[in-house]
Write a protein of this length. Structure first.
Length: 215
């Protein structure tokens, strides 16, 4: 932050800045004083990035000392990211380094004295892939918050043709869609299979006069 020489505010107010903590060219966190900027004066706001011996970013520190921590496994894959509020995301991989699960934990924030305790919120998404490493299935937990309860787990499915083009889709409500491609891999047709109540468990909606297709 810099105030050029000769510049003054029309209001006549003083310009002040309070450092967030990070001290220039140092690992100390003592840059917290309030300074008044006068003509030609300056102050600064810093951020710090820390690396491990493998040159991977492990800490991102803002001027107010808010810190994001990144953890890697032995294959240099990000397995956990934690933000300044202690919320974190954990990733699980298969043998081909495809992400097969993402678990997000939202830390309950501390309220005022006497506030009721609130449990952390945990969100889990699972992925399945075929032998060509193409994503074929995505599972997210249902309203009960338990991904192990298959009755309400939301599942999205995708199927591919021999040219790796996604051709068939089924959403979390079992509604379906089909894509058709020409010989140049250009999308030529999309069919949406409409249902009477928007879910795939009911009969097809034929009231549009063209059967079950919406082009």
């Amino acid at each position: 932050m810099f105030l050029p020489a000769g510049v003054t505010l029309g209001s006549g107010r003083a310009i002040t800045h309070t450092g967030g903590g990070l001290l220039h060219n140092s690992t100390a966190n003592t840059h917290t004083a309030t300074v008044a900027l006068t003509s030609g004066g300056s102050t600064y706001v810093l951020s710090r990035i820390e690396f491990d011996r493998g040159s991977r970013v492990t800490h991102q520190i803002e001027d107010d000392l808010d810190t994001t921590v990144i953890t890697f496994d032995g294959a240099s894959r990000t397995i956990k990211t934690t933000d300044a509020e202690r919320n974190f995301v954990e990733r699980t991989y298969d043998g081909n380094s495809n992400v097969v699960q993402v678990k997000t934990t939202e830390e309950a924030q501390i309220g005022a004295a006497g506030s009721p305790a609130v449990p952390d919120e945990i969100l889990i998404t699972k992925f399945a892939l075929d032998v060509a490493n193409r994503q074929t299935r995505v599972e997210t937990q249902g309203p009960d918050g338990d991904i192990a309860t298959t009755a309400d787990t939301q599942i999205i499915r995708t199927a591919y043709n021999s040219r790796n083009l996604a051709t068939h889709f089924r959403d979390g409500l079992d509604n379906t869609r089909v894509n058709t491609f020409d010989g140049a891999n250009l999308l030529t047709k999309t069919e949406e299979h409409l249902r009477l109540d928007g879910t795939g468990v009911t009969a097809l909606d034929t009231r549009r006069g063209k059967g079950d297709k919406s082009n």
